[in-house]
Ligand binder design. Sequence first.
Ligand code: PMP
Ligand code: GLN
Length: 378
Amino acid sequence: FPSRLPHVGTTIFTVMSALAAEHGAVNLGQGFPDFGCDPALTDAVTRAMQAGHNQYPPMAGVPALREAVAAKIEALHGRRYDAGAEITITAGATQAILTAILATVQPGDEVIVLEPCYDSYVPNIELAGGVVVRVPLTPGSFRPDFGKIAAAITPRTRLLIINTPHNPSATVWTAEDMRTLEELLAPTDVLLISDEVYEHMVFDGAEHQSAARFPGLAARAFIVSSFGKTFHVTGWKVGTVAAPAALTAEFRKVHQFNVFTVNTPMQHGLADYLRNPAPYLQLPAFYQAKRDLFRQGLEGSRLKLLPSTGSYFQCVDISAVSDLNEADFCQWLTREIGVAAIPLSAFYGGGFDQRVVRFCFAKKDETLRAALERLRRL
Ligand code: PMP
Ligand code: GLN
């Protein structure tokens, strides 16, 4: 039968993790922590299971968790979402993004993505029958080019997807960027997916500018986050979507026939754990220290460091080290040097190669040191 996704193979993250395992390489490719989560969180989940929270929860998510998420957004960004009608718990950000796309994009609708972009967006749009419109972030700085975004908007544009802090470039949108986008979208009906999974990983005193802070964006936005990133539990696959009631109603029509709902004990455990804001308020300092350790280790090497102001990624320019293209370089680095990385070309439809690769520093200090020891040989 004809493939729904004829151009799609296995994701680069799966490919590179398998290659790293095969060659015993230090895996700084796929983004996930190699350290455990706070035992208080697993204790809270265990208590929830022991208390009997093991059957289907309400379709939109456990009310206590939705309430905790609404309270957190209000405390951090000053916008009150209705926990009943505007917050939905999802099976990770991945499901949230797919569901938001399926709920809003009709065949032939145009959806704008800003490249480089996370690898699930484009196949998701294609599954919905949407037309992918690729707008590049400015090469080198990865800054949004609002002139290009404005030029890409047509009467067929249904949706724009943004992501800050940004995977893979580790850049962060400023309040001015968000205001500019708000003005640009004001005369349009374009909906927004704001992928904010790295919301708590922003460095050097910068602040995460959630779409929730900007009324003209919040009114049209599905704001997506992921407890996997925030609490070091990527395997739990629990995410959130905050969106105005009318958008949430359409979202839930798809959600209920997609996953219906998300595992119960994790939701209760997370609701309990969220009562203490310290773990996520401490996250910027926690990851900034890892970023600094990694960057300092590469100073003086021939890998040229790009800025990393948010997310748990560090990009480097490889052009002084190798003539290989990014993808071949990552294969070579894994096999010969013993460190896995991700080529940025994997985040572009056309495979654009700018001699930049991405490392993930969400790793134990000893893992980072082991990788640095190898990378300094370059
Ligand atoms: N969006 C971005 C930008 C991501 O980096 C990730 C995680 N790789 C996701 C979405 C998916 O998050 P989750 O694991 O919660 O599905
Ligand atoms: N988000 C992670 C990354 O960018 C990986 C997620 C995945 O493996 N799909 O590395």
